[in-house]
Design a protein around this ligand. Structure first.
Ligand code: FAD
Ligand code: DLZ
Ligand code: SF4
Length: 512
């Protein structure tokens, strides 16, 4: 019985469940389809990265003797959709069934679930065991029905996986979490390591030309594209990160530096999310560096927490809350996304830097996404649907399962605090402490009102005052509300009216 093994663009792992027990006559189907590139208009670099990684993965499968049917975007008769291509492949290969690993996103999972009826063919949908917490184990690991806390989930994940546990079953170093050691700004003279670069080979150059031709009007730039796109390159990049950047990753995890988008961050998210690297091997290599004395505990614990903690937790939130999670809007945010998110044309230097880096690299690190861009969207009450679309479009690692909870829950508090104990709202003071952006800005981060005042300052107090009814009962906000209560009423009114005027002045055409 021959079966069609379907591999989606974020399933580029040799040991994925859909490739297990391959039999004679089985064919792997991979397809570049216009629907996936355009259901939101993804950043050009994201499309190029994924198509190149897919093409290289197909080549490697063929080198291993696997029969692969690869449908390029410009193939004649390409129907442009997953369902259309699976239908055509079933006809081409006369297979008796389809095998596929569950999809990362609800949207695509619904398609897979419809195939057996629509295509009149048995479809075996298998669990995605590359994740360390299965979808149906999330409720149990996260502690059931009560408040969902990442820290509770993370500790259980440490126990389940054994990462950084000592022989007596206690956390290494006597603490679960070394986050308090990981909030240093970067000293001015601190040297950054040189990153490896992977110049495009012939295959990637063809993909770059295709993307320029078909999606050249999408956001972002392809200039200087040098991502790893093969399994070997991805492994080499992980090795480089663990040896050269991981030792300082923890301490400077929250720092931002103008013109330096990556600092000590791993840049591994895209490689993990598309399957070229497994979360387990990333954590394993990092833990080995700690055990051999090559990386300190605060760095290794911080990195492993991002992966077995945040990444897995976020995925659990997504699947436990879909299909209506994206519609949440607890703070009733209705403003359209300002155009400068697409053009970078703003005189707020922190935003300009983060948007320009996003445009050039399809990357910004976590604190830029959370505390600069996300913080602005929260303070300015940008509609969650607009913010979700922007984050899904602009980052090379963006898939709805990871983007949506980070936007809806983490930055916008639109789910009313399902897992965040308080909104991540901050004034310009935080950005000034963690970056050198303010020194190069036309605004004065110390001023709260007046033409030179940092907009993050008056927007912050406007946000606090506007949401008082909902947030002042939150114990973690009590100091903020006590400060607001002590402020001169006239000063608060001045900040609020300046916030209104500033927000009203932002063009938002809705186009990109
Ligand atoms: P590092 O700082 O080196 O961290 C190591 C790894 O930890 C990452 O590669 C990633 O796999 C994981 N990780 C860290 N934080 C998170 C998190 N909050 N959620 C999930 N995984 C995490 N990450 C995505 O992979 N795709 C997204 O679409 C995405 N959208 C985001 C949107 C917002 C609003 C925010 C605040 C965060 C988002 N993140 C997303 C999480 C995080 O910002 C990125 O994973 C990280 O910046 C990727 O860079 P890195 O690989 O250098 O990460
Ligand atoms: C993101 C993306 C893009 C742009 N193009 C394709 C594609 O042509 N073929 C494909 O198999 N996957 C693509 N992807 C990734 C899918 O969107 C991703 O696999 C699903 O979102 C998972 O649910
Ligand atoms: Fe951003 Fe305000 Fe600093 Fe300017 S002064 S960079 S707007 S935080």
């Amino acid at each position: 019985m021959a079966r069609l093994r379907v591999i989606l663009g974020d399933q580029l792992s040799r040991d994925i469940s859909s490739l297990k027990d391959m039999g004679d006559g089985d064919v792997v189907l991979m397809m570049e389809v216009a629907d996936e590139a355009t259901y939101v208009r993804h950043h050009q670099r994201k499309i190029a990265f994924l198509f190149s990684a897919m093409r290289h993965f197909a080549t490697e499968l063929r080198q291993d003797g696997v029969s692969v049917d690869y449908v390029p975007l410009d193939a004649p008769d390409n129907s442009g959709s997953f369902t259309g291509e699976v239908r055509r492949a079933i006809e081409r290969h006369a297979v008796d069934g389809v095998v596929v690993t569950e999809a990362g996103e609800w949207r695509v999972e619904s398609m897979l679930e419809g195939w057996s009826t629509l295509l009149d063919c048995p479809v075996d949908i298998r669990p995605d065991d590359r994740f360390l917490c299965a979808r149906d184990a999330f409720e149990d690991v996260s502690g059931g029905q009560g408040k969902l806390l990442m820290e509770t989930f993370y500790r259980r994940m440490r126990e389940r996986t054994g990462y950084l546990m000592d022989l007596s079953g206690k956390p290494e170093g006597g603490r679960w979490n070394f986050d308090a050691d990981n909030r240093e700004p970067l000293p001015e003279s601190f040297a950054l390591p040189d990153r490896p670069s992977y110049p495009p080979d012939g295959c990637t150059q063809e993909v770059l030309a295709l993307v320029r031709e078909r999606f050249g009007n999408h956001f972002g730039s392809l200039d200087g594209f040098d991502y790893p796109v093969t399994r070997a390159q991805a492994l080499g990049y992980l090795r480089w990160f663990v040896d050269a950047a991981l030792p300082s990753f923890g301490t400077y995890q929250d720092a931002m530096r103008q013109g330096q988008p990556l600092l000590f961050h791993s840049h591994l998210s895209g490689l993990i999310n598309c399957g070229l690297l497994s979360p387990a091997e990333c954590c394993g290599m990092a833990e080995a560096a700690y055990r051999s004395g090559d990386a300190p505990l605060n760095a290794v614990e911080g990195f492993i927490r991002q992966i077995i903690g945040w990444r897995e937790f976020i995925r659990g939130i997504y699947w436990s809350q879909m299909p209506h999670y994206g519609e949440k809007n607890a703070l009733k945010a209705e403003r359209r996304l300002p155009d400068f998110f697409w053009t970078g044309q703003t005189d707020l230097n922190c935003l300009r830097q983060c948007i320009e880096e996003t445009r050039d690299n399809a990357y910004a690190h976590h604190i830029q996404r959370l505390m600069v861009l996300g913080n602005f969207c929260l303070l300015a009450a940008i509609a969650p649907a607009d913010v979700q679309e922007w984050y899904l479009v602009v980052y090379h690692d963006a898939y709805e399962w990871v983007e949506m909870p980070n936007v809806v829950g983490m930055i916008l508090h639109a789910d009313g605090g399902l897992f965040a104990t308080k909104p991540y709202a901050a004034s310009g003071n935080y950005i000034n402490r963690m970056s050198d952006y303010c020194g190069n800005c036309r605004y004065d981060v110390k001023q709260r009102t007046g033409p030179d005042a940092c907009p993050f300052n008056y927007l912050y107090w406007d946000f606090v005052a506007r949401n008082a009814e909902r947030l002042k009962g939150n114990r973690r906000m009590s100091r903020t509300y006590a400060t607001l209560a002590r402020m001169d009423e006239g000063k608060v009114a001045e900040m609020r009216s300046q916030a209104d005027a500033f927000l009203e002045s932002l063009p938002n055409s809705g186009d990109y």
